[in-house]
Design a protein around this ligand. Structure first.
Ligand code: NAI
Ligand code: AKG
Length: 444
């Protein structure tokens, strides 16, 4: 059995009931097959892949908090410190009822390669809880965040592990967590990113993942002789990534016609009204059903359906496994030119293969959405310097980083004879730096 197949089989056997983690490992290792086979003897002797697929450390803890009725609630918290070969662990905190250790491990594993791709000195980690912020009062969210951080603060720090936002964790949650960290540890330091601007946050971090996605998409289309301006775009999601992806796509001259949340989706033939979307989602924290109150011409549909709308470019920005094989077939049949992932692993493996085989340009999340974590690393730099850069400075650095990632991904695929396979390109480019650092640091 080849080394890659052996390690994939072990991951499945040793991590039962973690399908998302299996999927992430398979996707990465399958696409690295050529690189690994070229060095199989050494990598096998060093158990390099076993060390890569096993987190350095993982924490699971109880998170008790009191709800508004005086009832004690208990959630489970997680932090997985996956790989610190190239820098302190870095990665977001997901608050969603679907969170379990397998989800956090898949996200942490992806984060290792993504963070390497940014070119910045950050290792990979991820955390979260099955707590659902939806429908909770501010006080309940604060109570949860304080309890979560009371435990988490023992394991993190500005130079060891720096969490940030992800699904369900935005500026409000980061603020409560930062306050509790400071109170317990007595340290005013850049232990979290995505902070508010009044206490050490970076300008452009809010926008960074969505804007970065568009900078990479625009560059990749350009390399393929296509202009983004004038194109019709479908976006899924209506959270942080989706909102700023829509905003930047429209600034770059494209028309975005869809957005979605966990209950339904909207089609706006005149182009999504970003100001209305921000008010509904960021201010009111309401459902997308409200969108029709702002835009009477728009349609609201229950359930899924964004990928049935004809578009030139599709940007999945909601969650994992939201773009399935039938969606891929529909997109390709509708003449879609490119799918670029804003979310983490939103496209299933069979859907990805179908798109690639049918001539649709496909940019994987670990490259396309790396602008968020890259800007988090810029926030860490500003915190260390005790300086704040202007929006334009951060945005210019973000653009440079995304264009670089795009070229590194394209070049790595070509170097290994897989021109146009950007999944392989991104995984190879991310892998090479981590392997180099791991080899240099001995068997750890
Ligand atoms: N926030 C960030 O900086 C980064 C986020 N990501 C990824 O982007 C994706 C979106 O994250 P955010 O926008 O930050 O989260 P968010 O909490 O701001 O928004 C998530 C959006 O996805 C929708 N959603 C969640 N679960 C869904 C489901 N099962 N079906 C349909 N819609 C669903 C929600 O309704 C919401 O509109 C996630 O995969 C996240 O891991 C990736 C890189 C950085
Ligand atoms: O900004 C960060 O540190 C993490 C962002 C994140 O969670 C991600 O890239 O998936």
């Amino acid at each position: 059995m080849s080394y890659v197949d052996e390690v994939i089989a072990k991951v499945v056997e040793q991590n039962p009931s973690e399908p998302e983690f299996h999927q992430a490992v398979k996707e990465v290792l399958e696409s690295l097959r050529v690189v690994i086979e070229a060095n199989e003897e050494k990598y096998r002797k060093d158990a390099l892949l076993e060390r890569m697929v096993n987190p350095e450390r993982q924490f699971k803890f109880r998170v008790p908090w009191v709800d508004d009725k005086g009832q004690v609630q208990v959630n489970t918290g997680y932090r997985v410190q996956f790989n610190s070969a190239i820098g302190p662990y870095k990665g977001g905190i997901r608050l969603h009822p679907s969170v379990n250790i397998g989800i956090i491990k898949f996200l942490g594993f992806e984060q290792v390669f993504k963070n390497s791709l940014t070119g910045l000195p950050i290792g990979g980690g991820k955390g979260g809880s099955d707590f659902d912020p939806k429908g909770k009062s501010d006080r309940e969210v604060m109570a949860f965040c304080q309890s979560f951080m009371t435990e988490l603060c023992k394991y993190i720090g500005a130079d060891t592990d720096v969490p940030a936002g992800d699904i369900g964790t935005g500026a409000r949650e980061i603020g409560y967590m930062f306050g509790q960290y400071k109170r317990i540890r007595g340290l005013y330091e850049g232990v979290l990113t995505g902070k508010g601007l009044s206490y050490g946050g970076s300008l452009a971090r809010t926008e960074a993942t969505g804007y970065g996605l568009l900078y990479l998409t625009q560059e990749l289309l350009k390399l393929n002789g296509i202009e983004l301006a004038g194109k019709t775009v479908c976006v899924s999601g209506a959270g942080n990534v989706a909102i700023y992806a829509i905003e930047k796509a429209q600034q770059l001259g494209a028309k975005v016609v869809t957005a979605s949340d966990s209950t339904g989706w909207v089609y706006d033939p005149d182009g999504i009204d970003v100001a209305a979307l921000k008010e509904i989602k960021e201010v009111k924290r309401a459902r997308l059903t409200e969108y029709k109150n702002y835009r009477p011409n728009a349609e609201y549909h229950e359930g899924r359906g964004v990928w049935s709308v004809k578009c030139d470019v599709a940007l999945p920005c909601a969650t994992q496994n939201e773009l399935l094989i039938d969606d891929a077939k529909q997109l390709a049949a509708n003449g879609c030119l490119a799918v670029c992932e804003g979310a983490n692993m939103p496209t299933t493996m069979d859907a990805t293969e179908y798109l690639q085989k049918n001539g649709v340009i496909f940019a994987p999340g670990k490259a396309a959405n790396a602008g968020g974590v890259a800007t988090s690393a810029l926030e860490m730099t500003q915190n260390s310097e005790r300086l704040s850069w202007t929006f334009e400075e951060v945005d210019a650095k973000l653009q440079g980083i995304m264009v670089n990632i795009c070229h590194n991904m394209v070049d790595a695929a070509e170097r290994y004879g897989m021109k146009g396979n950007y999944v392989a390109g991104a995984n190879i480019a991310g892998f090479e730096k981590v392997v180099d650092a791991m080899n240099a640091q001995g068997i750890v």
